[in-house]
Design a protein around this ligand. Sequence first.
Ligand code: AMP
Ligand code: GLY
Length: 389
Amino acid sequence: MAELANNVDLNVSDHNSVAEFCKTQSIDLVVVGPEAPLVAGLANDLRQAGFSVFGPDKAAAQLEGSKAFTKSICDKAHIPTAGYAHLHDKASALSALDDFQIPVVIKADGLAAGKGVIIAETRQQAQDAIEDMFGGGFGDAGAQVVIEEFMQGEEASFFALTDGKNIVRFGSAQDHKRVGEGDTGPNTGGMGAYSPAPVLTADLEDRVMRDIIEPTVKTMAAEGMAYNGVLYAGLMLTADGPKLIEYNCRFGDPECQVLMMRYQGDFAVLLKRIADSDLGADEAMEFSNQSAMTVVMAAKGYPASPEKGGMIDLGTHEDDVQIFHAGTAIKDGVLVANGGRVLNVTAMADSVTAAQKSVYAAIDKVDFPSGFYRRDIGYREIAREAESG
Ligand code: AMP
Ligand code: GLY
């Protein structure tokens, strides 16, 4: 961002000082990106102060902030999702567990930075997860627990933008959450993604809009919590059709990077119109038909304890390659790693296979000895492309 804009060090949990900054700078549009400030109500306070804000209010951000809230919206709107139980104490959770088959999914209700979901392969693991959550292992996030039926299928993400009334489709993507190749090892924020996800066919996308997104937007408005912003639907493509796993109130990282590569309109203008509730019904978005892929270069030790300070030489790249910085810093004039996920090496091409080739060719030119990355991003789609010739 530093190449394009001035980065300012603001304390986002101090809403007054953010509003004050917006006032002195005459800010026209505020995009509240991550989930924590949305759930904390930063969008409410900035709207209250008279600013145009893209991002849901506190009440609407519960779609990401509380798994039980989302389940209750699914009930009200008859949205296809995993069967579940919502529990407030350990004894009732342990007893409710008996009604579920194994594997079973145990979720801390609140925000847990992607760590609050345990897929239990045995009853013992499920019991341990419940004990851990009610024992405070997940802080306040685990004060309530959702037990969910395990859904089988391939995962895909679908994005929709809404001003609370009208909705536009904003494409699809597939992330790779596990740290290791072949989807092994611990969960991460995401090690690479591509867009679109052809596994979500046009027909399935229509079903997702009709059965999941539209009823959600309608129900939220009817409940007095009109949703303004991006709805990121995490989907399981089951034998019975697409089912909602969860909602995020943000574009996703690294999903955002591949969506931005493909979006061809004026993004700031689009977000401003949504912030001002000025979206048309079913507007077509301008997207490239090409496939975009991004591969995360992370610091060794990620996700548990990423090594900081490793030197990076980006090298020189073709115009169709874009390297987004995630966790970098400049130290004594040298680019160094300064976080877990460090770089997103991104390219576009006519197929996922070709995009992957460009990305890995670009990565080969990046010198980052204390970094690592997955070599198999996009493997599911690449296998399908090979099969269909
Ligand atoms: P979440 O943090 O809700 O995205 O969950 C993290 C991951 O857990 C998802 O991306 C899925 O891979 C998996 N997951 C969550 N809920 C279920 C479910 N009911 N059935 C199967 N997998 C699930
Ligand atoms: N990459 C997954 C997420 O941002 O939630």
